[in-house]
Write a protein that binds this ligand. Structure first.
Ligand code: HAM
Length: 449
């Protein structure tokens, strides 16, 4: 590299040293062009999809009181025990937490603003969540969720509705490698019966439990069933099943959900081991999983959480919902061959000379007012460089303004796409500036853009 190179890696002797580079926080990702277009497309699909089922958006703060998650998610859960970004507000001593999920926040907001006073509500949200987990593919410390919360609905129809919503979203996005796992974890009294049986069972086999399981034996034995430890699989396999402790109402509810799913042809597998990692659930729980993403294959998780509204101080309101991991969903979209969204604008404005720059600037604004997507070249460079950029921009047409055109109040319009020929790439025409917006709008219609 020459000594004059603006970003030479070894600065000349005596030159000031470049500042040390700062990096982002581990497990927290930047979303860059290429992926951001995919994300944007997903958000558009999601907004339409949620509206089509009658769900309305809520946006709650990223920071909540720590007590909300302790009470909502449960003290003896991985999230609350070891994954929360909690801190004390230096100014007033409040105990605050970056939300690790948003069901508790949405329910808090619904209670605080009395949203359920005139009946149940269908709500959705999207945004960043924070969990201090060990980062790996598909598991991040800042990640994003799209969530659905149906508050105040009792019957199995709403469980089936939120599950059918997922299926429709996968269909809308063209995803195939994703399947539904379903279970019922019953009501608190039923779980107590099961819990006692579980404790007795594991207690009698204490020597075969790992440290995590021993610690949870009395505080949260249900979570032992969720162990990933291969040495404990056979033990867990033979443990008492919750299904055998469900009463008539829970059983009927679960059968109702299954019947509705069958009625619309949504396949599922009942997974008696599916318990989920948050304490607020009861009855129906479900996960959508894929084999295309490696170890972190759960794209979406949810279920019914009838006790939560009351637990957070509201009047009892049976509810149900789910959250989709956006990063995982986008990975799955990529894995299933969704094409890379190409950058695209209608017109790239190429210009050279001072008079031409002013004309190019006003022409660009006029074209935008006519509804076109316009990129005006900036940063100098000869025509050759500018045409390269014009090509890379995905524009259909280049509008070229030099000093001669500036004086003559004309522009040269050059077609950049399509096969060579009368209407294809390379064709060019001189157009009066006043006529340019109409000319380009017509030309774009003709190209089918
Ligand atoms: P969750 O199972 O904890 O449930 O999270 C839902 C989804 O968020 C997961 O299936 C996964 O796709 C994604 N996810 C979770 N943690 C991470 C992470 N560290 N990195 C990347 N993605 C992650 C909930 O959060 C409940 N609030 C869902 C719900 C809503 N239940 C009822 N309503």
């Amino acid at each position: 590299m020459s000594e004059e190179a603006p970003f030479a890696s070894t600065p000349p002797a005596g030159a000031p040293k470049r500042a040390e580079r700062l990096t982002g926080v581990k497990g927290m990702n930047d979303l860059l062009p290429g992926d951001s277009e995919r994300w944007e497309r997903l958000e558009q699909v999601v907004a339409h999809w949620a509206r089509s089922y009658g769900y309305r958006q809520v946006r709650t703060p990223i920071v909540e009181h720590t007590a909300l998650f302790k009470r909502g998610i449960g003290e003896v859960t991985d999230i609350v025990e070891k994954e929360m970004y909690s801190f004390e507000d230096a100014l007033n001593g409040e105990h605050l937490t970056l939300r690790p999920e948003n069901t508790a926040g949405v329910v808090r907001a619904a209670i605080e603003h009395n949203l359920l006073y005139d009946g149940p509500k269908r709500l959705w949200y999207t945004g960043p969540m924070f969990r201090h987990e060990r980062p790996q593919r598909g598991r991040y410390r800042q990640f994003h969720q799209i969530g659905i919360e149906a508050l105040g609905f009792e019957g199995p129809d709403i469980d089936a509705e939120v599950i059918a919503m997922c299926q429709r979203l996968w269909d809308d996005l063209g995803l195939e490698d994703i399947r539904l796992e379903l279970n019922s974890i019953g009501d608190p009294a039923e779980r107590r019966g099961h819990r006692e049986a579980l404790i007795a069972y594991f207690e009698a086999r204490r020597d075969r439990l790992d440290a995590d399981a021993q610690r949870r034996l009395h505080s949260n034995p249900l979570r032992i069933l969720d162990t990933k430890n291969p040495a404990m699989q056979s033990l867990v396999e033979a443990a008492p099943k919750l299904a055998d402790f469900l009463g008539d109402a829970s059983r009927a509810h679960f059968e109702g959900v299954q019947a509705l799913l069958r009625a619309v042809g949504i396949p599922f597998r009942i997974n008696p081991r599916l318990v989920r990692g948050l304490d607020y659930y009861n009855r129906t729980v479900f996960e959508w999983v894929t084999d295309s993403l490696g170890a972190q294959g759960t794209v979406c998780g949810g279920g019914r959480y009838d006790p939560l509204v009351e637990m957070l101080g509201g009047r009892p309101a049976p509810s149900c919902g789910f959250a989709i991991g956006v990063e995982r969903l986008l990975e799955l979209m990529k894995a299933s061959g969704e094409p890379e969204p190409a950058p695209a604008c209608d017109v790239y404005v190429v210009h050279q000379g001072e008079a031409a720059r002013t004309v190019a600037f006003t022409v660009s604004e006029a074209l935008r007012s006519a509804g076109l997507d316009v990129v005006m070249h900036a940063g100098g460079g000869g025509f050759k460089t500018q045409f390269k950029r014009a090509d890379a921009s995905g524009a259909e047409f280049a509008v070229v303004i030099g000093d001669d055109e500036a004086v003559a109040r004309t522009a040269t319009v050059k077609a950049l796409r399509g096969a060579d020929g009368e209407r294809g790439a390379g064709r060019q025409e001189s157009v009066a500036l006043d006529a340019l917006p109409d000319y380009l709008v017509d030309a774009l219609v003709a190209t089918g853009d």
